[in-house]
Ligand binder design. Structure first.
Ligand SMILES: NC(=O)C1=CN([C@@H]2O[C@H](COP(=O)(O)OP(=O)(O)OC[C@H]3O[C@@H](n4cnc5c(N)ncnc54)[C@H](OP(=O)(O)O)[C@@H]3O)[C@@H](O)[C@H]2O)C=CC1
Ligand SMILES: Nc1nc2c(ncn2[C@@H]2O[C@H](COP(=O)(O)O)[C@@H](O)[C@H]2O)c(=O)[nH]1
Length: 327
C-alpha cells in the first residue's frame, strides 16, 4: 500500500463559498432507505449507548446502533421501539445463540430496520454465514457487516449480501488490537478507508479513530457514508458507565467491547478502560458536530455533504496540529 496517511496528516482545501450562512448547509444523509440528520453514529458499545439514548437519538432523527452485550434485552427493545414507531437498529454476534435469536425474531414477526454484525475480524466465514442467515430469514433488514480493513473483505461481505460494510480494525481509542496482535488499520485508518471505498459498491461506515469533528468531514471525503464514533461520545451526562470524581473534577468510564471489563474475564483481551472528562450533554455535542459539519460543507463550496466528497486535499505529513492541543 502506497500513500499511507491518517486523519491528522490531511487538510481539505477550501473552495469558493456558495451559501450566505452556514445554516443553509444540509448535513442529512440517507442509509437503508432512511434519512438521518448527521452522517455520524455513536459506537455500539456498552459505555456509549443504552436504550434511553437510542430512543432519544431515534426521536430526534439521528442514526443509532444498539449494542449486543445484553442479549436478553434485545427482543423487548425492538418491541418497545416498534410501539413508539421508531427505527429499530440492533447488533448481533456470530455464535450459535445468535442464529437462534434471528429465528426468534422471525417467530415474533419482528424485522429490525438495521442489523449490525459486530465482530473484531469481520473478514471471516463466520460473518459471511451470519449475513446469509439474516438475509434468508429477515430479507427486509438492512445488514451492516464488519469490521474489515481491506478491499477484498468489503467485496466478499457485499457479495455475501451485506448492505453496508464497517471499516476499521484497531484504530479505536480503547483498542489494543494493534499492540497485542500487530495487525490493523491503526495509524492509517483514513488511507484504509479510501482503499476500501474504492472497492465498495455499497455504503461504508468508517469506524474508529475520530478525534476531532473535522475528522468526520475527512471521512466523508475519503468515502464514508456514515462515521461510527466512540470516544468523542463517551463521558456525557447521558452516557452509561460509572461517573467518578477526582480532585473536584468529574470523569466517566469508557471501555472497549473486547476489554476485560466487558468480557468479565481475561481471555483474548483486545480492549482497555479509560476515564474521560465529563463533557456535559450529548445533545450539545451533536449540535456542535452539526454546526461544524455545516461549516465543513461551506468550505467545500457546496450546500450538502456531496460537496465534501470531491473536495481537493493535501497530505501534511508534519501534522496539522503544529504542536497545538486538540482542545
Ligand atoms: N473494531 C475493532 O478493531 C475491534 C473491535 N472489537 C470489538 O470487541 C467486541 C468483541 O469482538 P469479538 O471477539 O469478535 O466477539 P466475540 O467475543 O463475540 O467473538 C465472536 C466469535 O469470533 C471468534 N473470533 C474473534 N476474534 C477472532 C479472530 N481474530 N479470529 C478468529 N476468530 C475470532 C470468537 O472465537 P474466539 O474468541 O474463541 O477466538 C467467537 O467465536 C466486538 O464488539 C468488536 O466490535 C474487538 C477487537 C477489534
Ligand atoms: N480493538 C478494539 N476495538 C474496539 C474495542 N471496543 C470497541 N472498539 C472499536 O472502537 C471503535 C470506537 O473508536 P473511537 O476511536 O471512536 O473511540 C468502536 O466502534 C469499535 O469498532 C475493543 O475492545 N478493542
Amino acid at each position: 500500500m502506497e500513500n499511507v496517511f491518517d486523519y491528522e496528516d490531511i487538510q481539505l482545501i477550501p473552495a469558493k463559498c456558495v451559501v450566505n450562512s452556514r445554516s443553509e448547509c444540509d448535513t442529512a444523509v440517507s442509509l437503508g432507505g432512511h434519512t438521518f440528520k448527521l452522517p455520524v453514529v455513536p459506537a455500539n458499545m456498552q459505555t456509549i449507548i443504552d436504550e434511553k439514548i437510542a430512543i432519544s437519538l431515534a426521536e430526534n432523527g439521528y442514526f443509532y446502533v444498539m449494542h449486543r452485550f445484553e442479549p436478553g434485552k434485545r427482543l423487548a427493545f425492538i418491541q418497545d421501539m416498534n410501539s413508539r414507531r421508531l427505527i429499530t437498529s440492533i447488533s448481533v454476534g456470530v455464535k450459535e445463540d445468535e442464529y437462534n435469536f434471528i429465528l426468534q425474531l422471525v417467530d415474533e414477526q419482528l424485522s429490525p430496520d438495521f442489523i449490525t454484525i459486530d465482530i473484531a475480524h469481520g473478514h471471516s466465514n463466520a460473518v459471511i454465514k451470519m449475513i446469509q442467515h439474516i438475509k434468508k430469514h429477515l430479507p427486509q433488514s438492512f445488514v451492516i457487516a464488519g469490521n474489515v480493513g481491506t478491499p477484498e473483505a468489503v467485496r466478499e461481505l457485499e457479495h455475501a449480501g451485506a448492505d453496508a460494510t464497517k471499516v476499521g480494525i484497531g484504530p479505536g481509542k480503547v483498542c489494543i488490537t494493534k499492540i497485542k496482535t500487530g495487525f490493523g488499520t491503526g495509524g492509517w485508518q483514513l488511507a484504509a478507508l479510501r482503499w476500501c471505498a474504492k472497492a465498495a459498491s455499497k455504503p461504508i461506515i468508517a469506524d474508529g479513530g475520530i478525534r476531532t469533528h473535522g475528522d468526520v468531514a475527512k471521512s466523508i471525503r475519503f468515502g464514508a457514508t456514515m462515521v461510527m464514533i466512540g470516544s468523542l461520545f463517551a463521558g456525557h451526562e447521558e452516557s452509561p458507565g460509572e461517573t467518578f470524581e477526582k480532585e473536584g473534577k468529574l470523569y466517566k468510564e469508557y471501555f472497549g467491547s473486547a476489554s476485560e471489563y466487558q468480557k468479565g474475564e481475561k481471555k483474548n483481551v483486545e480492549g482497555k478502560k479509560m476515564y474521560v472528562e465529563h463533557k456535559g450533554s450529548l445533545k450539545d455535542t451533536l449540535k456542535e458536530m452539526e454546526q461544524d459539519l455545516q461549516s465543513s460543507i461551506s468550505y467545500a463550496g457546496g450546500s450538502s455533504l456531496e460537496a465534501i466528497r470531491t473536495v481537493d486535499y493535501v497530505v501534511v505529513k508534519s501534522s496539522i496540529f503544529n504542536g497545538d492541543q486538540v482542545y
